[in-house]
Design a protein around this ligand. Structure first.
Ligand SMILES: [Fe+2]
Length: 363
């Protein structure tokens, strides 16, 4: 039978690649250390497959068809389509169709009803963590794309339930695979909206604290706060999936730093101390923890690295879409020129709507 050997969450903000050298040295070192530590722990857990939970930044889906959840069931996925991700060392990423179809089948039997795709592109949301973690060997990746981008999104409670479902489905998969779960996305950040660049440190810290409380407390807090916490913060859904797969054992914060250069509150957590203390089943997570010996912490079951995202300037924006959604889709597309956070903020405050209406924009 397959077994869950670890569950993790990590950041995927584009500026972690594009503006890496612009991050002040001390902050860059802390972020890099967190990623490498996450990669080291995953390597210790020796997963054959990673079920990676990430948003799709309109690389596969758009407003004409945006599934709430899509499982990648193909033999392989394509590498990131973003031009600035061209140095990512994998243009094709092997999947595991057997496990993926099993997850989809088990979900259908229990009323979850995901979409499936035999051919996905894995954009920066999936690939930046895999890159920055510096894994010596990339396990097979079963992608699970959760809509954290475009309303309506899956409820926070449902995302937690998805995690529990994944855990059960992995446990009853016949092949003796070692499976890890990696959720990627936010702490607070705001993209392409008037609050772009805002980092909500209090929100971030409270979110991390509540991962160590019963999950309904976390869900209620997020339901109340997310609407005013920046659109990028919605990606916490992917953490909730990992959290649910881990039985809601929580996170321990090991670092947190707002990084204005990358317009996100970057947090790093270690989860799961409650797993042992509350008498939950000992499994591969704790095996990985004991083996790690990281930072003197012997129970690092989940590790979080928060995300930031960058944006590109808008060269062509279809006003009808903006009018329909109330959101600016081009802010999340990758077809335009790079844009600095300072430039974007300035533009957002002053002339964004005018530029959109005109359908053109220059940096
Ligand atoms: Fe993202």
């Amino acid at each position: 039978m397959a077994s869950l050997v670890g569950a993790y969450a990590a950041s995927h903000g584009p500026l972690l690649i594009r503006e890496w050298q612009a991050i002040p040295d001390d902050q860059r070192r802390r972020v890099a250390t967190a990623f490498r530590e996450l990669g080291r722990m995953i390597s210790v857990a020796k997963p054959d497959v990673i079920v990676e939970i990430a948003p799709d930044h309109w690389s596969n889906f758009f407003l004409d068809n945006y599934p709430a959840v899509c499982l990648g069931v193909g033999e392989a996925s394509e590498g990131p389509p973003e031009p600035w991700m061209k140095e990512f060392p994998h243009r094709t990423i092997a999947g595991h169709p057997g496990l993926a179809m099993h997850l989809a089948d088990q979900a259908m039997r229990q009323g979850f009803e995901p979409a499936v795709s035999h051919r996905l592109k894995l954009d920066h949301g999936s690939c930046i963590p895999l890159w920055r973690m510096e894994l010596a060997r990339l396990p097979k990746i079963v992608p699970m794309l959760v809509n954290s981008i475009e309303p309506p999104m899956p409820s926070l409670g449902r995302c937690y339930q998805w995690g529990a479902l994944l855990r059960k489905a992995i446990d009853n998969y016949a092949e003796p695979l070692r499976v890890a779960i990696l959720g990627t996305g936010g702490l607070s950040h705001s993209i392409g909206e008037p609050t772009m660049g805002t980092i909500l440190e209090d929100f971030d810290r409270e979110t991390l604290r509540l991962f160590n409380r019963p999950h309904d407390e976390l869900v209620h807090f997020l339901e109340a706060k997310l609407p005013a916490s920046g659109n990028g913060s919605e990606e916490v859904r992917n953490w909730l999936v990992a959290h649910g797969a881990a039985g809601g054992r929580g996170f321990e914060l090991v670092d947190y730093l707002p990084v204005p250069t990358v317009i996100v509150g970057c947090g790093f957590g270690v989860g799961g101390a409650s797993g042992a203390s509350h008498g939950h089943r000992v499994d591969g997570w704790e095996l990985a923890s004991r083996d790690s010996g990281a930072s003197g912490n012997r129970t690092p079951l989940l590790r979080l690295a928060t995300s930031r995202r960058s944006r590109r300037t808008l060269l062509a924006c279809p006003p009808p879409i903006r009018a329909t959604t109330g959101f600016h889709p081009c802010a999340l597309k990758w077809c335009c020129r790079p844009w600095t956070p300072q430039g974007w903020r300035s533009w957002s405050r002053t002339s964004r709507e005018d530029s959109c209406s005109a359908g053109t924009r220059s940096a």
